[in-house]
Design a protein around this ligand. Structure first.
Ligand code: NA7
Length: 537
């Protein structure tokens, strides 16, 4: 039997929890489906060793409620996966949202019903729901990607992707472990794996820049200070491009005299975290500026690594920060340990995976366990797993797959898909900001929009093709004015075969984005078609 709710939300991570809460608070009936057994989203599944957040913990949380903020005390400067998951469980309890959530349930399809102006949602368990609104909180880094290595099924040892880590402890003791990938997940996990493994082989395709996390426990006084500074921090977060209480950088690195520049870089290095990549305003814009920071970071690697040949193999030469900036704890030092071997895939690419391990063009590395730290089908991967069909049976897959250009309006919705909203969708700024800050903005904007619809007796809302084209053009242009598009990364979709190479993140900053979204709503949802009854097709 089909049940009716005002809104169906997909996912119970940061986005789904807050969206569910807001909808209920605003008097809408809501049903939230979550594939996993509990809340947490990516923090419930990416349980790999060393998994940690790169935003300072007291800002990587909800800030919409002072009371909620003050009830939780983070133990460390950068929280690990387990603490973030505990936090999200705490929030779900505090906001009392579990009653609207159904776990262990995957949404299979969502089809727009033209006649009733409603979404028809079907789950893997056979639930049928009709909903006026469909809201995706599936996240932008939630579909793991394992490259199609030849022979992958032949491997007889254990193997795991970092984004789908088992809920039981994986024991590395006495084992020969191969790690493929040196993005954030690889860099975080490799030093921890090396603590107990007998041998570690890191299969590196692209060397990485990395800045120390400088993680540490908070004192009681520090925790109290964060809580007391709630209002001042929030004020800056609402107006900063990153959504963090880091003011906009105003200095150009090329225009800063060498001595001063080095002092700023050294200070940022000593403080750790995301300070260095936010220290100057031209790092990702100007090649010369970028090279100054890149060389600073390469020198840090040279100074750390004892074996000069290994040091050479670890030196990155892409434009710093055009891949996700990485924070580490003892990453590069790990290569000074005798049982850790760097395999440079630029010199010896992987040929295949065998029953015993990984074979490169030079030799076979026998392994007991392979860790795939090979990343995600970011931004669009999870949305495309769902069979979403809009007006006239138009499928999201037909619209976006097979090299077709991905276009959205504000990263929040798309033409042909009425009453469908995407939290942290493609072409929103979210993944290049402090994600919870972006999520709060998205959820609050969507929630205001639905209240507006109710107040004005509107039945449908849908971006126009023109507004969508213009937004997508703006996103592309912003990206082409930077160095981001000169580097292959998941930002550009180039890590996934067959994906249209495009930069799917709005680079204008969360501050500007917030203003643009506010202007759109203040102007009666400019760029949208609002339907009193169903829109004639
Ligand atoms: P990333 O950042 O996409 O890193 C994936 C890594 O896997 C990266 O080093 C890739 O090398 C490597 N990779 C991917 N495919 C291959 C193949 N075929 N052969 C060898 N190496 C390969 O994913 P993460 O999980 O580390 O981080 C994703 C985000 O999650 C992170 O930014 C946080 O926000 C959370 P490449 O650089 O492409 O040469």
């Amino acid at each position: 039997m089909t049940q009716y709710v005002d809104a169906v939300v997909i996912g119970a991570g940061f986005s789904g929890i807050y969206m569910t809460y807001k909808l209920h608070e605003d008097g809408f009936s809501v049903k939230t489906f979550e594939k996993a057994a509990g809340v947490g989203g990516v923090w419930n599944v990416a349980r790999y060793p060393g998994a940690r957040c790169d935003s300072d913990s007291f800002y990587y949380n909800f800030m919409f409620s002072e009371d909620l903020y003050k009830k939780w005390s983070w133990s460390k400067r950068f929280a690990g996966q387990d603490e973030i998951l505990s936090y999200l469980n705490f929030v779900a309890d505090e906001l009392d949202v579990r009653q609207y959530m159904q776990f262990n349930t995957e949404v299979k399809s969502a089809v727009w019903n033209e006649e009733h102006s409603m979404w028809h949602i079907t789950t893997g368990k056979g639930d049928e729901f009709a909903a006026t609104y469909l809201i995706s909180g599936v996240g932008c880094l939630s579909t793991s990607s394992i490259p199609n290595f030849k022979g992958i099924a032949d491997f007889q040892g254990q193997s795991y992707h970092t984004g789908e880590w088992p809920h039981t402890d994986v024991n590395f003791k006495g084992k020969r472990v191969g790690v493929i990938g040196t993005g954030s997940s690889g860099v975080q996990s490799i030093p921890v794996i090396a603590e107990t493994a007998k041998e570690v082989y890191v299969f590196q395709r692209t060397p990485q820049y990395s800045v120390p996390t400088r993680n540490r426990s908070f004192t009681h006084e520090e925790v109290e200070q964060f809580k007391n500074e709630f209002h001042s921090a929030r004020r800056i977060m609402l107006t900063s491009p990153s959504g963090l209480p880091i003011p906009k950088a105003t200095k150009s690195i090329v225009e800063t005299p060498e001595e001063e520049r080095n002092t700023i870089l050294e200070n940022a290095w000593d403080k750790g975290g995301m300070i260095l990549n936010n220290a100057f305003n031209d790092i990702t814009i100007n090649e010369k500026s970028n090279e100054l920071v890149s060389e600073f970071l390469r020198n840090k690697i040279r100074a750390k690594i004892k074996n000069p040949e290994v040091a050479e193999d670890l030196l990155p030469y892409y434009y710093y920060a055009t891949k996700r900036p990485i924070l580490d704890t003892n990453y590069h030092d790990t290569y000074n340990q005798e049982h850790v071997t760097l395999v440079n895939l630029q010199q010896q690419p992987i040929e295949c995976i065998t029953k015993n391990g990984i074979k490169t063009t030079e030799k076979e590395y026998p392994l007991d366990l392979i860790v795939f730290a090979t990343g995600y089908d970011a931004m669009t991967g999870t949305l495309l797993k769902l069979d979403i069909k809009g007006r006239k049976g138009l499928s999201l897959r037909d619209k976006w797959q097979n090299g077709k250009k991905v276009e959205t309006y504000l990263g929040l919705g798309l033409a042909g898909f009425p009453n469908f909203f995407t939290i942290t969708g493609p072409q929103s700024p979210s993944v290049l900001t402090n994600v919870p800050s972006a999520i709060e903005q998205h959820v609050e904007w969507i929630s205001d929009c639905l209240k507006y619809m109710r107040q004005h007796h509107l039945k449908t809302i849908e971006p126009t093709e023109d507004a969508q084209r213009q937004w997508s053009k703006d996103c592309t242009e912003l990206a082409h004015n930077t160095l981001f598009t000169k580097t292959a990364s998941w930002y550009t979709g180039s890590n996934i075969d067959g994906k249209s190479p495009d930069f799917l993140i709005y680079l204008g900053g969360l501050d500007n984005y917030r203003q643009i979204c506010n202007k759109v709503s203040q102007q009666g949802y400019k760029g949208y078609v609002l339907g009193v009854n169903k829109i004639q097709v």
